[in-house]
Design a protein around this ligand. Structure first.
Ligand code: UDP
Length: 317
């Protein structure tokens, strides 16, 4: 099986490459290294793995037959997509279009990595796949949310019009080793701050909720969906919901840190609640998360303790 992973040198992409290699796939990682990093794939020594430093917003041709394309390439942290608004829109629109074209030419099965952000600031909790969302198209997060909504639309159009074999996974907050310490997301920010003995920066009053899925569970769900025959979107995430203030306390406790908490302004359009309804994944894929928050965070903290440059966090502008 010859498989492309776009964004394969990113946090999630690199774990997916590991999983695919362990299942015997020949893996071609395509990444322009804007938010991905060679460091995330340097441990891979398999001769079934290649990495191309390419930008998927430009057309790519392959002579050989491709069986599967996992299209993950995109900035994925709110701070990153605020820094890279045009690239985020381009990779969601042009990148998805190019990869669908490649899948069609090769007769490959295509999976779009979509996101819980398609639900925007949801008025329904937990979010089932049937919920259409509450997105501000012209707000700062619109560049990511609308790019992914467009990407879902064009994926379904290729499926319905061209009969392309497609999958759409809606990925909820995921954490684990290889997250970038300075990607601005809550997990690396809080862990970095706790390890440096700085106050944890809680945005707003911390009553907004998120549900965190450990990366090994996430890539397992993504893989199972690709290998299933289900073509409509499926949520993959952990339904255990916490307020961000609770989460800050969990991180300080876990790291044994003496850090306090400071409250900062809530970013514009920050969703107030987020929790996946995973009934579809349970029924269709026999999937549910296995790794609890305590175990997952211990692994993640261990990773951050070892990497150089513990001093660079990044806060929301
Ligand atoms: N957040 C926070 N402090 C930080 C970083 C994030 O309180 O230093 C909050 C953020 O406002 C949001 C939640 O944590 O409510 C998750 O943010 P993240 O950027 O990880 O991802 P999101 O789920 O918003 O895409």
């Amino acid at each position: 099986m010859k498989t492309i992973v776009t964004g394969g040198a990113g946090f999630l992409g690199s774990h997916l490459c590991d999983l695919l290699l362990s299942k015997g796939h020949q893996v071609i990682c395509i990444d322009n290294m804007v938010t991905g990093s060679e460091r995330n794939i340097e441990h891979i020594s398999s001769d079934r793995f290649t990495c191309l430093k390419n930008d998927v917003t430009k057309p790519i041709y392959f002579g050989d037959r491709i069986d599967y394309i996992f299209h993950l390439a995109s900035p994925a942290s709110p701070v990153d997509y605020l820094d890279l608004p045009i690239q985020t829109l381009k990779v969601g629109a042009l990148g998805t279009y190019n990869m669908l074209g490649l899948a069609k030419e090769q007769g490959a099965r295509f999976m779009l990595a979509s996101t819980s952000e398609v639900y925007g600031d949801p008025l329904v909790n937990p979010q089932p796949e049937e919920y259409w969302g509450n997105v501000n198209s012209i707000g700062p997060r619109g560049v990511y949310d609308e790019a992914k909504r467009y990407a879902e639309a064009i994926t379904m159009a290729y499926h319905r019009y061209h009969g392309l074999d497609t999958r759409i996974v809606r990925i909820f907050n995921t954490y684990g080793p290889r997250m970038r310490l300075n990607d601005g997301r809550v997990v690396p920010n809080f862990i970095g701050q706790a390890l440096r003995g700085e106050d944890l920066t809680v945005y707003g009053d911390g009553s907004q909720t998120r549900s965190f899925c450990y990366v090994s569970d996430e890539v397992d769900g993504i893989y199972r969906l690709m290998m299933s025959d289900y073509t409509l979107p499926v949520n993959i995430g952990n339904p255990e919901e916490h307020t961000i203030l609770e989460f800050a306390k969990i991180i300080t406790r876990m790291t044994g840190s003496s850090s306090g908490i400071v409250f900062k302004e809530l970013p514009v359009d920050d969703p107030k609640q987020r929790r996946p309804d995973i009934e579809k994944a349970r029924k269709l894929l026999g999937w549910e998360p296995k790794v609890g928050l305590g175990d997952g965070l211990r692994e993640t903290v261990g990773y951050f303790q070892k990497i150089p440059g513990k001093s660079q966090g990044k806060s929301h502008p």
